[in-house]
Design a protein around this ligand. Sequence first.
Ligand code: DGY
Length: 316
Amino acid sequence: MSKPAAVIAIDLPAGLLEDLRRSVTPIVTGPDPAAVDAALPRAEGILCSALFPMDGARLALAPNLRVIANFGVGYNNVDLEAATARGIAVCTTPGVLSGAVADLTMALILAIARRLFENAAYARGGGWARREPPPALGWDPAGKTLGIVGFGRIGQAVALRARAFGMEVIYHDLVTAPVEGLEDCRPVPLAELLELADVVSLHVNLDPSTHHLIGAAELARMKPTAWLINTARGPVVDQAALREALASRQIAGAALDVLDPEPPAADEPLLAMENVIVLPHIGSATVETRAAMRDLAVRNLVAVLTGRTPPACVNP
Ligand code: DGY
């Protein structure tokens, strides 16, 4: 019996590709959109990055598609309604990357608090050697308030880390039932969180309800000393409003692992602002986490194409 054909639109290590070939025939390997599009008419499955658009136009190229296995936990790249209407399973890689994203968030909080980037630039630029005045003092995370917007797996993993550093954690989420082990984290309305937090960290999915969740009005509620961290998705923040708030020092700064769009234009003003740290979407970028994500994405793809229940499907 012939094996189902699948587009593998990410780079997989040779061993994993060999495992995959036991049940699936890869018809394209690698993320080249033109090659992917050319192969989609024959594909029953696609394994792609969670940033690879699987919009209506692309779905229309794939009449035989049965599964979209995203390499990532987000699925805003997929037209979920259209996929669901056609019975296409949309699968993701939840859980395995929560720790890595939470670690990055905590690293950013500590980097902001201790002014790591300014101090490193001061030393590298010769300021220390020239005995110039050092950057201003940092601050202790202990006793400061962290406001977590979106208290799912990643938000909770951030809370665990922040509490270990003595931060008080408040959060905003649709679900407000106490979370086991995190009972001391307090749910609050978004407006209250923005007013109280010394650091606001975003951990929501991107969907129509969270698009521009943080805009001019929300930024205006934040303390002038507060920082915004976004390791979720760029469009959760109204980027034009954020630029304004940062340029006028309405808020102290922002640390952004995600932007809108990605990659940004070379002249994106945020890249050059002194009170902004921009990272190139590295939330899950560790050897161990990426391996676990690849493994789960492959298991999702193969499960659907061989008639079994996938481990992580968002439209069962
Ligand atoms: C995710 O898993 O959604 C990461 O942000 C990669 O896109």
